[in-house]
Design a protein around this ligand. Structure first.
Ligand SMILES: Nc1ncnc2c1ncn2[C@@H]1O[C@H](COP(=O)(O)OP(=O)(O)OP(=O)(O)O)[C@@H](O)[C@H]1O
Length: 255
């Protein structure tokens, strides 16, 4: 049997700053299957971003083990792409040079990968911005460029830390649609951190509800097939959507 794309086994994470110790995660275990879209939700400070940093290999657990495709994570892997809330675009580089930045830094820039990055930019509706600078783009366009830069690395695992939270509702919905389109047929495994329950419900196969502090897994919610097969906008209109939302909302209020 194939190993999960992501697996946390009894992971704890402590932070030390000055004299103070913070326990961010108490033993936490979960898995994400290859190709699955899983969202992490929970109150502020319950350790969601810590989980992503551990999977990205930017942090090491205090105890327990983080694995990707059955291998222990000991350092950042080219198989993992990480997109943050801030777009982190370099203002002095054109869009063309921003979308290939990750490829350059990882030594994978060539004619073929550059063409693929440009193809993705067109796919996300920004082909015409190739020679523009980030300052010439709207917030939503900048996030799309950041998404292209992450997807251009062709990661097997995509980590998204509140990527759309700074956007207005229209841009957010548009980007959700584009993300779903971009992921279609690529078999990428996605782990999304979001405060937006609607977003989690509309995009995910499964939602993991964390409770703090320290962060623990409180509940796993499987999204019904009837909702999953719809695009994010139409998913919100499904009759099962609102009851599920209310149920999760109550769960989060208690945590
Ligand atoms: N570098 C650090 N040093 C010390 N404590 C930290 C550090 N990073 C995070 N923490 C603490 O660890 C806990 C979990 O933080 P984390 O950012 O993972 O939570 P989160 O659920 O992503 O929060 P939010 O939803 O507000 O972004 C918090 O108590 C936070 O203060």
């Amino acid at each position: 049997m194939n190993p999960p794309a992501v697996r946390l086994i009894d992971v704890t994470k402590h932070y030390w700053s000055k004299e103070e110790e913070t326990i961010a995660l108490s033993p936490l275990s979960f898995y994400v299957s290859p190709g699955e879209f899983v969202s992490l939700v929970g109150a502020s400070g319950c350790g969601k971003s810590t989980v992503l940093s551990l999977v990205a290999g930017l942090l090491q657990p205090t105890a327990g083990e983080v694995q990707i495709f059955g291998q222990r994570v000991s350092h950042p892997s080219p198989r993992v792409g990480y997109m943050l809330q801030r777009d982190c675009l370099l203002d002095w580089r054109t869009v063309k040079k921003n979308i290939t930045l990750g490829l350059e830094l990882s030594g994978r820039f060539n004619h073929h990968t550059e063409n693929h990055a440009r193809y993705l930019l067109t796919e996300l509706g920004l082909g015409h911005t190739l020679h523009q600078y980030p300052a010439q783009l709207s917030g939503g366009m900048r996030q799309r460029v950041a998404l292209v830069r992450t997807l251009a690395l062709q990661p097997d695992i995509l980590l998204l830390d509140e990527p759309f939270s700074a956007l207005d509702i229209q841009n957010k919905l548009h980007l959700e649609e584009l993300l779903v389109q971009a992921l279609k047929g690529r078999g990428m495994t996605t782990l999304l951190v979001t405060h937006d329950l609607e977003e989690a419900l509309a995009l995910s196969d499964r939602i993991l509800v964390l409770t703090g502090s320290p962060g623990r897994l409180k509940r796993t919610v499987e999204i019904p097939e009837a909702i999953r097969k719809l695009d994010p906008l139409r998913a919100r209109d499904h009759t099962a959507f609102r009851p599920l939302f209310n149920d999760l909302w109550k769960e989060l209020e208690k945590s």
